[in-house]
Ligand binder design. Structure first.
Ligand SMILES: *Cc1c(COP(=O)(O)O)cnc(C)c1O
Length: 394
């Protein structure tokens, strides 16, 4: 019998049964528009506000500091474009971000560059960490916003967010973080951590796809990205995705209930799998271990082509990712792996495994058994591997 092992939790996660249950009434009988004044509408409105309370509570925010969006990408676009365009009117046309952000941030800033903004990209260390000093040195009088991701989606490195936030505040610059990956995996407190704006997504925390949120600290003027009706206190138009929002509220509440316990269980599985993978000849680990997402493994195998590896894993029922799901379909090596200094040919042989709540030690054993078999088979067919080994024997 073929088994399926889902090990791509950084790409998306399975919906929690509890979140699905919470959503069902709003997909069936409770279909009222939250803006309507009759009871069916008020019922839906109440559910949206209850979900808002849950999201706020999970991150240490006040309820009215949370705005629902269509997901993490929209939250990133909104925070950065809204702030940049607003502050441009005050002559602030400089944006600071990092070289290894998610494309939702990188493509947002490059679109702003075409509008006349200047972008500074902070480099990261070979282990995938941002040095807060580099952020400090990059800040100028005309800097509008600093955007540094909380945890990287490919290599799992967790950034010194509080320090970077403190530096920004000292210089009076707004600080945004894309916390889509970090949410539910590390404990987040936006107030203590000096975060002004933060992007979140439901489908990375066992909620439904197509819904997320932007946290925006009280007092910061949030310029609209989507204009229209008066939803989200006139800040984000469009009839609320009631079921999605309710599912997000339920999922975030569930996942943030016991972060240390879950992180411990997931990282134990990760460590065992990683130890097994590192026994393979000519493999390297990408990203540092000291501050790393509990479920993340990112490794490069010499003499192996990432896409072939994925296909063979798939034939064995294992779902994983090479580099980033968002760039698959293109043959460019991952910008994250290049940013930490990997040569393009090594980056091509990379594999990301992201474990999560629904994985088990049996999954770890199964992946541990399959990967060495597949690597051996792929290398046996690879002229590249032959050259690598010969070069070594000379
Ligand atoms: C998945 C992801 C996003 C995009 O979120 P969506 O809800 O899919 O739009 C943004 N940033 C990071 C770091 C992600 O991992």
């Amino acid at each position: 019998m073929k088994r399926t092992v889902y090990a791509d939790n950084s790409a998306t996660t399975k919906i929690s049964p509890k979140a699905l249950d919470a959503m069902m009434p709003y997909l069936t009988e409770e279909y009222g528009n939250p803006s309507s004044i009759y009871s069916k509408g008020r019922e839906a409105k109440k559910a949206v506000e209850e979900a808002r309370r849950k999201v706020a509570k999970a991150i240490g925010a006040e309820t009215n500091e949370v705005y629902f969006t269509s997901g993490g990408s929209e939250a990133d676009n909104w925070a950065i474009k809204g702030t940049a365009r607003r502050l441009a009117k005050k002559g602030k046309k400089h944006i600071i971000t990092t070289v290894f952000e998610h494309h939702a941030v990188l493509h947002t800033v490059s679109s702003l560059e075409k509008e006349g903004f200047e972008i500074t990209y902070i480099k990261v260390s070979k282990d995938g960490y941002v040095d807060p000093e580099d952020v400090k040195n990059a800040i100028r009088d005309d800097t509008a916003i600093v955007s540094v991701m909380y945890a990287n989606n490919e290599i799992g490195s967790i950034q010194p967010i509080s320090e970077i936030g403190a530096i920004c505040h000292k210089r009076g610059v707004l600080f945004h973080t894309d916390a889509v990956q970090a949410l539910g995996n590390v404990e987040i407190d936006v107030k203590k951590q000096n975060i002004d704006m933060m992007s979140m997504s439901a489908h990375k925390v066992h909620g439904p796809k197509g819904v997320g949120a932007l946290y925006c600290r009280k007092g910061i003027i949030l310029q609209n990205l989507i204009d229209g009706g008066a939803q989200e206190r006139s800040k984000r138009a469009g009839t609320e995705n009631t079921a999605g929002i309710v599912g997000f509220g339920s999922a975030i509440e569930e996942i943030c209930e016991n972060i240390p316990e879950r992180a411990k269980r997931i990282s134990q599985m990760r460590d065992k799998l990683l130890a097994n993978i590192l026994k393979i000849d000519r493999v390297r680990l990408n990203g540092g271990m000291e501050n790393r997402m509990p479920g993340n493994i990112n490794v490069s195998f010499e003499g192996v082509e990432g896409e072939s590896l994925l296909l063979w894993l798939d034939l064995n029922g294992i779902c994983a990712s090479s580099g980033s799901a968002c760039t698959s379909g293109s043959l460019d090596p991952s910008h994250v792996l290049l940013a930490i200094g990997l040569p393009a040919e090594i980056a091509h042989g990379s594999l990301r495994i992201s474990l999560g709540d629904y994985n088990t030690m049996e999954d770890v054993d199964y992946i541990s058994e399959k990967i060495p078999e597949i690597i051996t088979r792929l290398r046996a067919m690879s002229p590249l591997w032959e050259r690598i080994v010969k070069g070594e024997n000379k």
